[in-house]
Write a protein that binds this ligand. Sequence first.
Ligand SMILES: C[S@@+](CC[C@H](N)C(=O)[O-])C[C@H]1O[C@@H](n2cnc3c(N)ncnc32)[C@H](O)[C@@H]1O
Length: 403
Amino acid sequence: MGILRTRTTSAAVRIQVSRTGRPALQSPIKAPRIKPASLPIDLSRDLPLDQILVGDCIAAIERLPAASVDLVFADPPYNLQLGGDLRRPDDSLVDAVDDDWDKFSSFAEYDAFTRAWLAACRRVLKPDGALWVIGSYHNIFRVGSILQDLGFWMLNDIVWRKANPMPNFRGRRFTNAHETLIWAARGEGSKYTFHYEALKGGNDDLQMRSDWYLPLCTGEERLKDDAGAKVHPTQKPEALLARVMLSASNPGDVILDPFFGTGTTGAVAKALGRHFIGCERDPGYAKAAAQRIAAVTPLPPEAFATAPSKRSEPRVPFLSLVEAGLVKAGEIVTDEKRRHKAVIRADGTLLLDPAVGSIHKVGALAQGLPSCNGWTFWHVERAGGLMLLDVLRAEIRVQMAAA
Ligand SMILES: C[S@@+](CC[C@H](N)C(=O)[O-])C[C@H]1O[C@@H](n2cnc3c(N)ncnc32)[C@H](O)[C@@H]1O
């Protein structure tokens, strides 16, 4: 996703620092400065919107109000368990994830940590909220099993297929070319957000699939220090976060990222008119994130407003078209290739001699299929061409909206 950035860092991204694991308030600061705490804040009442809480995420999230967050996006430690340096065939060192934040003494320690942050996130999620977590083969199966144990309800696992993966230098395994994202609702009955129609619209009118082909974060988007080195080893691409937010959140929603790193979630949330709350234990990463987010220019609302889905539009019975005079009793409906023909009856059913039924039932019968959407199958002759019933239904909806 192309995010507009300015070179200034004037926007008020707030950072709260906790040396003890308990985040404390800072007065709003101009990014990227991190100041010592000055005022206490009751996080259980005041949601720290568009702020970065510096410290341990579990302690910070436990202080947030219950049921206050719409969506969680988490990119937790991978627990890579690297044994020694990884080198290329020319002996140069691979920039692998060997940071302290990724070190756990055992699977049991990693599992206990995972259970604690997932439970904390579940408490702050609204009943209809959902969680996304990204990981690799090192951790995603453990995370998936724990989140099911905690009561989350699996919706999909998404494969992020990397357009430009790092090769397997030793040639002993397949190229590790993907990461997995789990999308789970807070619970089985959660009415989670999913913008099916919008995603389909952006995908040549084909259902968006669960395999996403996107490049790694490189080029301008990749944060580098003055020496040209990567600021963070695992900065995620903005396009990945944009797809997550556009599919599973609404403008104005609150998105919590417990492992904020360099703030990809915050940068995309700001661009797309969402709020974020970030937790990051490393003040250096938090500072880089604050600087980055401050330079993001939000998109105009019309660029990210969610088009209403067909399901949320008012139901229109076919009889309404007859009653409104948009189609006439006795008129013929036909399919796109004029292979099937049926007669419109005064009661809003169709006759396909000898069968009588709804536009859907008769459409299915004509094709010998178990089901059919009559609105997108049947047409009427208008002005020398065919007009889909769906177009006439849209007219009725416009009239309903104006009434
Ligand atoms: C995989 S990285 C996230 C990268 C991020 N998605 C980005 O695009 O920059 C995980 C981050 O979690 C932070 N972290 C690890 N354990 C943490 C904890 N207990 N509380 C808060 N942050 C933690 C690490 O410092 C690291 O920056």
